[in-house]
Design a protein around this ligand. Structure first.
Ligand code: GLC
Length: 462
């Protein structure tokens, strides 16, 4: 079985060999997941409806764009002094010098090529249907014009640009293109002096003082964060999703219940993703850089990177379209959505290698999308390289055979159970294919001359 684990391991080994990247570049940071038993179905009918609508979209994009995109390094984490191999940092500088250099990137971030319409066109061409954008990552740099800080794209060299309020233009371009739209927001803020207080060192991702000794500092951090969440949800909506990262700060810490109650007045049914914090404000779960090993009975989304990093890096080792398609198929068969991480360049565009790969994913979806979008998981969902999804009509099944890059198609494809009755069609050609059933086993004979790509067979189930 080619699960995501092998999918990722093969890719990482491949890129490490060809590009000679350092070990820390290929180590993903994976948060703990909420306990499955902790899923709480939302009480708000509009949230449940929006969740159902979102579950039909299946494929989305997660943009990481921020200060770290300027030099093309790991997102935010290099200024956090935790001794982890996945946090690379320039070793020629002391930690303090390094942080000064990093904060100084705000004076270099001037994305004069910023073209959110191009982003939306590329993602639409890829067959994506929802998008999440980093309004503020852990480093605290705002990609929108926050009135609570000067540390933002709108107050640096880009301030004279008509599109300095970057996030607004990103959200608008994607709404215009018909996407469901979400805001990524990091609850931790390493630039906020009430979170990482300048009086103390900054050894970990957490606030760097004792709350009991400095309750006023913590309270200021709470108010600051709540204010930012309120200005964002009131001023940049309506949103479909609020995607909150940094689960070591809780929803209570930033008065999330209040934020959501207010936000849902202007964004009815807003889906709250308070990541890794099970309970009423984690309306769907978000396994990161991995695909669950089985179907899950509640709403979820795997977030995977197209490259190895979330943000843009130079000469990134992008995954092949075949692997993106295989991941989308596996996630769909298991009942989830796929959120693919893409990093816009420091100039503000989606670079050509991404455009090309995603175009091929989109080509496949234009032909085979009926086996993905708005489908439902079916109890018997997997057999070898074949994954199954079901049409909402409750009769039509899709069997999807996934290929790897460069793989030659076999002459026959088989699976057990999910037996067809009547005609079977191959979506790549739109034509009928011959099959035989022997007991529990189905064997399909492939016609000559097919393109080597993942194949979808449509049939009515017995
Ligand atoms: C993790 C990382 C964060 C990244 C996110 C994307 O939470 O801490 O840097 O933005 O994953 O899923």
């Amino acid at each position: 079985m080619r699960t995501f684990r092998t999918w990722m391991a093969a890719g990482l080994m491949g890129c490490a060999a060809t590009l000679g990247v350092r070990a820390q570049d290929v180590q993903g940071f994976v948060h703990e997941q909420s306990d499955a038993s902790g899923y709480v179905w939302p009480e708000d009918r509009q949230v449940r409806e929006k969740l159902a609508e979102w579950q039909d979209q299946k494929f989305g994009v997660l943009f990481h764009w921020g200060l770290y995109s300027v030099p093309g390094i790991v997102e935010s984490w290099s200024i956090c002094s935790e001794d982890e191999e996945w946090i690379p940092r320039d070793t020629t500088m002391s930690y303090d010098e390094y942080k000064r250099w990093y904060w100084g990137l705000k004076d270099r971030f001037n994305p004069t090529g910023f073209a959110p319409e191009q982003w939306a066109a590329v993602m639409k061409d890829a067959g994506m249907r929802y998008m999440i954008f980093t309004t503020k990552h852990h480093d605290g740099f705002c990609m929108y014009d926050s009135k609570y800080t000067d540390f933002s794209i709108a107050r640096g060299p880009f301030r004279t640009n008509a599109r300095r309020d970057v996030a607004r233009h990103v959200f608008d371009a994607f709404r215009e293109a018909g996407f469901m739209v979400g805001a990524y927001f990091s609850k931790p803020d390493w630039h906020c002096p009430w979170y990482w207080h300048p009086y103390f060192a900054t050894p970990t991702r957490r606030h760097n003082y004792k709350k009991e000794r400095h309750p006023d500092w913590w309270q200021r951090y709470q108010t600051f964060t709540e204010n930012q969440l309120l200005e964002l949800t009131a001023g940049y909506g309506p949103f479909d999703i609020l995607w909150l990262d940094g689960g070591w700060v809780t929803g209570e810490d930033v008065h999330l219940d209040n934020v959501l109650a207010r936000a849902r007045q202007t964004s009815p049914g807003l889906i709250s993703v308070d990541r890794t914090i099970r309970g009423r404000n984690e309306n769907y779960q978000t396994p990161e850089r991995s695909i669950p090993d089985r179907q899950l009975s509640y709403p979820w989304e795997s977030c995977l990177t197209l490259s190895n990093d979330w943000g843009w890096t130079p000469n990134a080792p992008y995954k092949a379209p075949e692997r993106v398609i295989a991941a989308l198929v596996e996630v769909t068969a298991k009942g989830g959505c796929l959120l693919l991480g893409v990093g816009p360049t420091p100039e503000g565009t989606i670079e050509q290698p991404v455009v090309e790969r995603l175009h091929r994913v989109g080509e496949w979806l234009r032909q085979n999308g009926e086996a993905i979008y708005a489908t439902r998981p079916t109890p018997h969902y997997h057999d070898g390289h074949v994954w199954f999804t079901a049409n909402k009509d409750g009769r039509t099944l899709y069997a999807i055979y996934t290929v790897e890059e460069g793989e030659a198609l076999p002459a026959e494809i088989g699976w057990t159970k999910n037996l067809p009755k009547g005609k079977m069609y191959l979506l790549q050609t739109g034509k009928r294919v011959k099959y035989a059933v022997d007991g529990e086993r189905v064997t399909v004979s492939l016609p000559q001359g097919l393109r080597s790509e993942s194949l979808v067979f449509r049939f009515e189930a017995e």
